[in-house]
Ligand binder design. Structure first.
Ligand code: NAG
Ligand code: NAG
Ligand code: NAG
Ligand code: NAG
Ligand code: NAG
Ligand code: NAG
Ligand code: NAG
Ligand code: NAG
Length: 741
């Protein structure tokens, strides 16, 4: 009785939630907490914060932390000026506000249509996702493409304007910037801090390198640098810029220097104009400092530099590549949409929102040979943990994001793991379990030779084994398992000693505190041991293969004795605490690797249990709190054996993401009772939202009445089924109730 009531409440709240998130434009697939604009690296991360909804010209674009990134845009139509991007205010000028008609996001694009009187301006922000092309993927640039078309059948004279501020180069606006503009086939504004600080962040911005803003030069192109209100007034009043440069270098916030372009589109009709394509980027060299043997460090460079010797070559390539990039983006977008829509449209929408965010936390690097040439066979990928802290290649952050790499290109997964393997193979890390991360503060990957990294012994050892086997299975490449067999075996020994009865320790959900005998950690450890059995088999070590396999099997039997609640209805959160339970998301690994160590009955049991403990916005992480993690909801959705439960989990997360209660880049940690966000944002772990794309689901398309569902419905859960069906019956009534509010 209690359960159906909760579910009813849940659905009521989620309808209320979508009403809250209602906006005046068409949002496809929904209006997210924050719209990705230019999201390609930890330092090129521009978003449009939404909350209950904000048009492209209602707020300034912001860095993932929420601080402003000046990016302003105007369109001039028959001498009437409309502001379409950012919220600039220019004294003694008059500009109207364009009216947002629609917002659409795909995996790589965010597309806004802004009505500027008789002309519709389409602003498309493209952050390419090129998982199979290391040069393109590593280019820290994004496109803004503008097209105009008449919406009244008439012809109109149109000019467009955009600028960026120096806020793109620092976390401290009181610091002095300098800049220059280079004019050739392409016009590029370059801006940087006068005092460069290698590998150093302030408020999560890097204090090194330069921002670049570029546009191909045609007859109608003009540019200008100078004080924001002066340069913008010049365009508003005249429709052209002065091709002049301000050389009074000063602090970012001192009369706010901006770097601007204007483009005359001539006469625009009801056919869409040619696109005006800007590129915005942030690059630095070297990019990452990485620990090698004997406590030496190696500066590592962005991979694309192995192909282009100067920033200007890279920018010429990037702008020249626009047509290709669009073709590639459109085909990637439609592949993701078609794959994810096989689960459901809710699911597709979340995957689409997550992909730029996960790849935008990463950078691909290469090293140099002694003679200064690049060694392109030495590729490492780095990931910033983002928001929870700035750790480098955190193992338990790579793990949840893993499905995104498996889906896009498993090789990227190898490049993420390899830096961890290489460091630990130098012997400098003193613990017998896997390190937690490669360095406390991105982009310094300096290791933890003191062994005092955040201790997650079972968590990280299990994660490394699981991801390594997963990579090997997906790629057929034995590189990691042959080169790092000894480390993998060392971590397995640790799991054999410590994972059946896990000592008091934290798991990846460190914010929830430490606990002894965590059921979910034991699951991870046991799957890890079994993974090593499979790995041993792959390299022909049959003795270890069978030894570890029988240890895993015996642990599974003992584990069930420890971990089942006395009612037999669910697994506990920790051994012996019958009233406790949690998302046993680590069972996903058993499905992913097809190791099948846990009996099907355990998957069915957990599936039935989750149905009974659903809150409005999903199943809590565990019984200590009512919050949850969207990545773990997803993993859990991928392991449940009942399409109803899977779809409830999917929709819960989608409702949270669309509820208008957050204005930060999608946060993975949220409250299941009301859909409110908890402390995290913009983390790469949303790669876990792709979990359903990488397991061979036992369930095909969303279908709550298919035979498989019926088969898996234990008698004990049939009441829940009934309540769902009766609830569906009252939906229209509820809908009309909310329509009255
Ligand atoms: C705006 O116009 C007023 C009145 O003419 C003048 O005092 C002021 O200096 C102008 N401001 C700017 C920024 O031009
Ligand atoms: C700007 O500052 C950088 C970093 O200190 C320096 O290398 C560059 O020469 C300066 N550029 C100009 C135009 O002053
Ligand atoms: C290039 O890097 C690979 C991979 O790290 C390494 O094995 C090789 O020795 C390097 N080549 C040179 C010339 O240093
Ligand atoms: C952990 O579980 C084992 C097996 O049930 C038990 O013997 C041990 O006392 C538990 N440890 C703690 C700290 O609760
Ligand atoms: C199996 O592995 C465990 C843990 O390393 C070891 O203690 C044991 O001796 C091994 N058994 C055999 C038969 O090799
Ligand atoms: C059992 O779990 C519940 C919920 O997580 C918790 O509140 C309680 O303190 C735990 N009991 C013991 C004895 O640890
Ligand atoms: C995964 O999470 C997203 C939101 O973060 C949600 O919308 C999506 O439906 C979830 N997928 C599954 C399978 O739970
Ligand atoms: C749902 O399941 C029923 C019964 O198995 C089947 O007839 C129907 O085609 C399925 N619908 C979808 C959308 O898969």
């Amino acid at each position: 009785m209690f359960v159906p009531y909760l579910f009813l409440l849940a659905s009521v709240l989620s309808i209320a939630g979508s009403a809250l998130g209602a906006v005046s434009w068409t949002a496809t697939p929904f209006n997210p907490p924050s719209v990705p604009l230019a999201v390609r690296s930890p330092y090129l991360s521009a978003w449009l914060a939404q909350g209950g909804g904000a048009a492209l010209n209602d707020v300034w674009p912001s860095f993932w932390t929420g601080t402003t990134l000046g990016w302003a845009g105007y369109v001039r139509v028959d001498n009437v000026v409309y502001n379409f991007l950012g919220t600039p205010s220019v004294p003694n000028t008059s500009a109207q506000k364009a009216v947002q008609q629609s917002l659409k996001f795909t995996s790589t694009q965010s597309i806004f249509v802004m009505k500027a009187g008789p002309v519709d301006l389409t602003a498309t922000f493209i952050s390419p996702v090129e998982p199979d092309d290391l040069v393109r993927q590593s280019l820290p640039f994004a496109y803004l493409s503008l097209t105009a078309q008449s919406n009244d059948g008439g012809s109109h004279s149109v000019q467009v304007y955009t600028d960026i501020s120096a806020e793109w180069i620092t976390g401290d606006n009181s610091l002095t910037a300098n800049w220059s503009t280079t004019v050739g086939d392409i016009i590029t504004h370059q801006v940087q801090l006068e005092n460069q600080q290698l590998f150093t962040e302030v408020s999560d911005h890097i204090q090194q390198g330069s921002a670049f803003y570029s546009l191909a030069k045609t007859s109608g192109t003009t540019f200008q640098t100078g004080q924001d209100i002066v340069v913008r007034a010049q365009f508003i009043d005249n429709g052209v810029l002065l091709n002049s440069q301000d050389s009074n270098f000063r602090a970012v916030e001192d009369d706010w220097p901006v770097f601007a372009f204007a483009q005359d589109l001539g006469t625009v009709t009801s056919t869409s104009s040619q696109p005006v394509v800007f590129s915005v980027g942030h690059m630095r060299d070297p990019a990452v400092e990485y620990i090698i043997a004997n406590d030496q460090t190696q500066p590592r460079n962005s991979f694309f530099l192995s192909e282009f010797s100067t920033p200007s070559d890279a920018i010429s390539f990037f702008l020249g590549d626009f047509q290709n990039a669009m073709t590639s983006a459109n085909s990637f977008d439609s592949k993701v949409n078609s794959d994810a829509s096989k689960i459901s449209s809710d699911y597709a929408s979340i995957v689409e929102l997550s992909i730029r965010q996960v790849l935008g936390a990463t950078e691909i690097t290469v090293s140099k040979n002694a003679d200064g040439s690049f060694n392109t066979s030495d590729v490492l990928m780095f990931m910033k943990e983002i928001s929870s802290d700035g750790n480098v290649n955190t193992v338990d952050v790579i793990m949840p994001s893993w499905p995104a790499f498996l889906y896009t290109n498993p090789k990227l997964g190898r490049f993420l793991l390899e830096g961890l393997f290489r460091y630990q193979a130098t012997g400098q890390y003193p613990n017998k379990w896997s390190v937690h991360d490669l360095g406390a503060s991105y982009p310094r990957a300096l290791g933890h030779n003191d062994g005092n990294d955040e201790p997650m012994p079972v968590e990280e050892s299990g994660n490394m084994l699981i991801m390594t086997l997963s990579y090997t299975q997906a790629s057929g490449d034995n590189f990691l398992i042959t080169n790092y067999f000894d480390l993998l075996d060392q971590w397995t020994q640790f799991l054999i000693a410590d994972s059946l009865i896990p000592a008091n320790q934290i798991s990846t959900d460190d914010f929830a505190g430490s606990l002894a005998n965590q059921t979910n950690l034991a699951i991870k450890g046991i799957v890890g041991i079994k993974a090593m059995s499979v790995i041993a088999g792959m390299v022909g070590d049959t003795a270890r293969e069978s030894n570890y396999s029988s240890i895993a099997a015996s642990y599974v039997t003992q584990f069930q004795g420890f971990a089942l609640s006395s009612t037999g209805k669910h697994l506990t959160l920790s051994y012996g605490n019958d009233s406790s339970w949690g998302l046993s998301y680590n069972m996903f690994a058993d499905k992913l690797l097809k190791t099948n160590v846990f009996p099907q009955s355990l998957f069915d049991l957990q599936t039935s249990w989750y149905k009974t403990v659903f809150n409005a916005f999903g199943v809590p992480l565990d019984t200590r709190h009512t919050y949850t993690k969207s990545d773990w909801e997803n993993w859990t959705a991928a392991l449940v054996t009942d399409a109803t439960v899977r779809d409830m989990l999917v929709s819960a997360v989608r409702n949270y993401a669309a509820d208008g209660l957050s204005s930060a880049p999608l946060g993975d940690w949220y409250e299941t009772t009301n859909g409110g966000p908890e402390g995290f944002r913009a983390r790469p772990v949303v790669g876990g939202h792709l979990a359903l794309l990488v397991v061979d689901s036992q369930l095909d398309s969303s279908n709550t009445t298919d035979t498989q569902t019926e088969k898996h419905n234990a008698a004990s859960s049939s009441k829940m089924q009934d309540s769902i069906f009766s609830f569906v019956g009252v939906l229209p009534a509820l809908a009309s109730f909310f329509a009255l509010l």
